[in-house]
Design a protein around this ligand. Structure first.
Ligand SMILES: Cc1cc2nc3c(=O)[nH]c(=O)nc-3n(C[C@H](O)[C@H](O)[C@H](O)COP(=O)(O)OP(=O)(O)OC[C@H]3O[C@@H](n4cnc5c(N)ncnc54)[C@H](O)[C@@H]3O)c2cc1C
Length: 511
């Protein structure tokens, strides 16, 4: 077993881990980052679309505006201290990234895209991220880390925390160089979540996780969650994820994920199950619909039904829109001159589909979609009638991007135990943590933004560790100077005894 000593060990080299490590290094604290992947490793940060926002609010907006945007999504499900921390720090956190060399650019017309990682991702191709967005951000932060004397150990997977007297004193890792025992004064878990761990997904998210599309880098195995749980950490909000609705063909066609998303078609039309009946509130948008689909007994049983107006309207929304990318990338768009013909193509009972659409259209016409079962809200997305031929259908799947729940932390990124007390020396940041996203029991899944919260809480964890450090170093140097004084006194006693008394009794600020 190789033994290593470092000030702080950070698990994972995504945006959360690198932000933490760079900020620690800036403050003179040595950070060793363990990264499970080899050089050029994939992670969610590298694949991200790059929109830096908080609850779809621009990160440069007034913090009160951002606070309101978060709470309008989370209600009181998120701890107030985390919400306030995110709202108050995101502006400065963005400036900090800029000082490291990270660049932003405005993309598209939506105000929440004013701060998109530059250069923006490509709109086509499987390596749409290469030399862009998150890829450039990771390279920039890695460069900054190395300049400050920190380093990343690739091919090293943290497997177990080392605990002594309820405090974390390091961890054990497997690496390409053999097992490692790392002794550290603090550990920060930034492993990105548990979206790729089918066992955990089955426990918390879906009865059939193998039928979800892994719309991510497949690097979130939940190691951090498991290690923290073994150390007594509290876990929160594990039943929700950030993701989008994709065409079912994405299960076997890599050109159909992570984009185009089917969200806007779903939010304008209707989503039905194999019995041709609605089962979701489409008006809550793509992230909520994806969660609802994932929770079905058969997550591959959903189909979106819409008409020509929707295909040519909401179908064209977003930078990489369903219309025309779905078809140009090899996805199946069913179409027919009437609903009965469409039903027979997709294998649905025609009479039930006709009845479902008729009921829905009547509710849209009468402004009573709120009375439908399940209800159909319209404050987020307009309900369009399904009336104009040709009629269309796309078979769907839920694409999971990252898990929203995870390890409970406080506003300093300290991991909390089941009694809400910080576990000494143990911190977490990024999508390994939970609490702020998800929305608790609220019907709508609260998406706040993975990049922004990873940066803010990475910086907060680093600042908390460094300030504890300087206090401890200060008291250690106090102690050293006291021991020196004592030694001098012992040699020169008894003349100096009054000096000892004075040194031990005077207030710290005067020393
Ligand atoms: C397609 C896509 C589009 C997205 N678009 C956006 C967007 O536009 N805006 C936005 O805000 N968010 C977006 N996100 C989400 C965003 O990418 C994440 O929220 C964010 O990058 C999470 O950062 P992280 O550091 O927590 O995790 P990650 O970036 O996933 O990094 C975690 C790292 O930990 C490593 N690791 C895991 N286990 C271990 C272990 N045991 N030991 C050592 N290392 C380990 C992994 O290999 C990985 O490198 C998107 C994500 C995807 C996939």
């Amino acid at each position: 077993m190789n033994s290593i000593h470092t000030d702080v060990v950070v698990v994972g080299a995504g945006i959360a881990g690198l932000t933490t490590a760079v900020r620690l290094s800036e403050q003179g604290v040595t950070a060793l980052v363990l990264e499970r992947g080899e050089q050029g490793y994939m992670c969610n940060t590298r694949m991200a679309g790059g929109a830096f926002h908080v609850a779809h609010q621009d990160v440069a907006d007034d913090s009160q505006l951002i606070l309101r945007a978060i709470t309008s999504r989370t209600g009181d499900s998120a701890p107030a201290e985390l919400v306030e921390a995110l709202a108050s720090d995101i502006g400065e956190a963005t400036q900090w990234l800029k000082r490291q060399g990270v660049r932003f650019i405005k993309v598209g017309h939506e105000s929440y895209r004013k701060h998109t990682l530059a250069p923006p991702i490509a709109t086509r191709g499987r390596e749409y991220w290469l030399g862009r967005g998150g890829d450039v951000l990771l390279r920039t932060l890695t460069g900054a880390l190395e300049k400050q004397g920190g380093r990343i150990l690739h091919g090293a997977r943290a497997t177990r925390l080392t605990m002594r007297d309820s405090a974390c004193v390091g961890l054990v890792a497997e690496s390409t160089r053999g097992p490692m025992d790392i002794d550290a004064r603090a550990v920060v878990i930034c492993d990105g979540g548990f979206h790729s761990n089918l066992e955990l997904l089955r426990e918390f998210i879906s009865p059939a996780p193998e039928k979800l599309k892994q719309r991510n880098a497949q690097t979130g195995y939940g190691d951090g969650l498991r290690m923290a749980r073994e150390a007594g950490a509290k876990l929160v909000g594990l039943n929700r994820f950030y993701g989008h609705v994709l065409a079912q063909d994405a299960m076997h066609n890599d050109d159909l994920w992570p984009f185009p998303m089917m969200d806007f078609l779903c939010a304008a039309g209707i989503v039905v199950d194999q019995s041709a009946k609605r089962f979701a509130n489409e008006g809550l948008g793509g992230v909520t619909i994806a969660n609802t689909i994932a929770a079905q007994t058969d997550p591959l049983g959903a189909t979106v039904i819409f008409d020509a107006d929707i295909w040519n309207g909401p179908g064209r929304e977003y930078l990489i829109s369903a219309n025309p990318t779905l078809v140009s990338s090899g996805g199946t768009l069913y179409s027919a001159a009437d609903l009965a013909g469409l039903a027979s193509q997709v294998g649905l009972a025609a009479d039930t589909l006709l009845q479902t659409v008729a009921q829905y259209n009547a509710a849209v016409d009468g402004g009573s979609t709120g009375n439908l079962e399940p209800t159909r809200s319209t404050d987020g997305y307009r309900a369009w009638p399904i009336r104009k031929a040709p009629f269309y259908a796309v078979k769907l799947c839920a694409g999971i991007t990252y898990t929203m729940g995870g390890i409970a932390i406080d506003a300093d990124g300290r991991v909390l135990d089941t009694a809400n007390r910080p576990i000494a020396n143990l911190y977490a940041a990024g999508c390994a943590t939970g609490g702020i996203e998800g929305g608790g029991d609220r019907e709508q899944v609260a998406y706040i933004g993975g990049l922004s919260r990873s940066t803010v809480f990475g910086l907060r964890a680093a600042n908390a560790i460094a300030s504890r450090w300087s206090r401890r170093e200060a008291s250690a140097s106090d102690r050293q100077s006291m021991y020196r004084t004592l030694w001098r006194i012992c040699v020169t006693a008894p003349v100096s005894l009054p000096i000892v008394e004075y040194h031990l009794c005077k207030p710290k600020s005067n020393r």
